[in-house]
Design a protein around this ligand. Sequence first.
Ligand code: 5GP
Length: 145
Amino acid sequence: MADAPYDPDNIFAKILRGEIPCHRVYEDDHTLAFMDVMPQGEGHTLVIPKAPSRGLLDADPESLGVLMARVQKVARAVKAAFQAEGLTLFQFNEPAGGQTVFHLHVHIIPRREGVPLKRHEGGMADNAVLAEHAARIRAALEGQG
Ligand code: 5GP
């Protein structure tokens, strides 16, 4: 079955256009990274390409290369900012694959031994907490030089 076309009114497209606020951690010409509002763990960050694509399969292969390089950059900062022992990355495609927002994105979640992930879309985090976490990651990115 063919996947639905890209919907320019999805939440992340609105964030990219500045119509919905986000706790931004990184931005360049191709990429935006910001805090997930319903984190599955402290420091849960999303990295998205600015180019419109619904998921992995309809993305331009060259833009995926840039996206993954930025995911690595942000992931290093997230790990440092939360003194994590490890990281879990997710990328969901289509409802059957667990996707709920239909603009390509990669989840980065800092992990510690023995601390389980919270439920996907389990509950909204406090705004002030997300702002503090975003500031921590931005500081770690600045520290990367
Ligand atoms: P998906 O299941 O599509 O991979 O995950 C979408 C993610 O986006 C979820 O983890 C959810 O918590 C997050 N999310 C949904 N709406 C918003 C929003 O308005 N702002 C932010 N920052 N994250 C959102």
